[in-house]
Design a binder for this molecule. Structure first.
Ligand SMILES: Nc1ncnc2c1ncn2[C@@H]1O[C@H](COP(=O)(O)OP(=O)(O)OP(=O)(O)O)[C@@H](O)[C@H]1O
Ligand SMILES: [Mg+2]
Length: 236
């Protein structure tokens, strides 16, 4: 079954939509639109009555609502309605919610397996349909001594009964990590200087089970958030 990304023009690049309950990585440089893309993704589910979780390392709920509330795609209403739950991992609320959904521990996870298992338990107990994790810096921060952290995290989350978007900050589209191999799909957001002005684009690096358009397609920020122009190619 395919679901809409919530980003106008994007679904046309992936055969009409994203395969449900798969794990996708969204990569790209600073300010390229990763957080906006994923905010539209959770809002789209919320509008259909789905339960969604936006787990963030970077921003508080108030900051995210304020930033995304400057667009008209309805993020703030989705948060108010409770269909989009925003949790900052450093908040005591996140630590309490995550640990209480785990059978094994009452503490914030001390290793990556615990964190991933607690997230999957949370997804199952709450019936979360769409999950965003912003971003993999979270893993580097908490589990810097575990070189296999990303692989463990991804392998567990892939089993979750939810469609997962994991934001990863990679800036060089050719320096792939293990995560890019493990994920079902990889979406790359481009943002580069071209003749003195910023050009934005989006590219599907891979999408298992889906006939894809691999070219870089133009992206615009509008009052309604990100929009993909599926017929307009961008040269890298
Ligand atoms: N109407 C707008 N409202 C808010 N931001 C906008 C708007 N139009 C363009 N932008 C730009 O969008 C960019 C933010 O996009 P977003 O936060 O989704 O990027 P990101 O890839 O998540 O960045 P980071 O890696 O820093 O987290 C900002 O640089 C901002 O200037
Ligand atoms: Mg961001």
């Amino acid at each position: 079954m395919r679901i809409s990304s919530g980003v106008p023009g994007f679904d046309a690049l992936v055969d009409g939509g994203l395969l449900k309950d798969r794990l996708y990585i969204v990569s790209g440089p600073p300010g390229s639109g990763k957080t906006t893309f994923c905010s539209q993704f959770v809002t789209n589910g919320a509008v259909d009555g789905e339960t969604t979780l936006f787990l963030t390392l970077h921003e508080t709920e108030a900051e995210l609502v304020s930033d995304m509330g400057s667009y008209e795609f309805g993020f703030d209403q989705a948060v108010k309605s409770g269909h989009v739950k925003v949790l900052n991992v450093f908040d005591s609320e996140a630590q309490r919610l995550l640990s209480s959904s785990s059978r094994s521990s009452g503490e914030f996870p001390t290793n990556v397996d615990n964190l991933a298992n607690q997230l999957v338990a949370f997804v199952e107990s709450r019936g979360v349909d769409r999950l965003v994790i912003d971003s993999t810096m979270l893993l580097e921060y908490y589990f810097s001594d575990d070189l296999g952290a990303l692989v463990k995290f991804l392998s567990t989350l892939k089993r979750a009964d939810a469609t997962v978007m994991l934001i990863s900050e990679m800036t060089d589209p050719t320096s792939y990590t293990d995560g890019h191999y493990l994920a079902h799909g990889v979406i790359f957001m481009h943002n580069y200087l071209d003749s003195g002005s910023m050009t934005r684009g989006i590219q599907i690096i891979k999408m298992r089970g889906t006939e894809i358009d691999c070219d870089i397609r133009k992206v615009e920020f509008t009052d309604r958030g990100l929009r993909v122009l599926p017929d307009e190619k961008v040269q890298a």
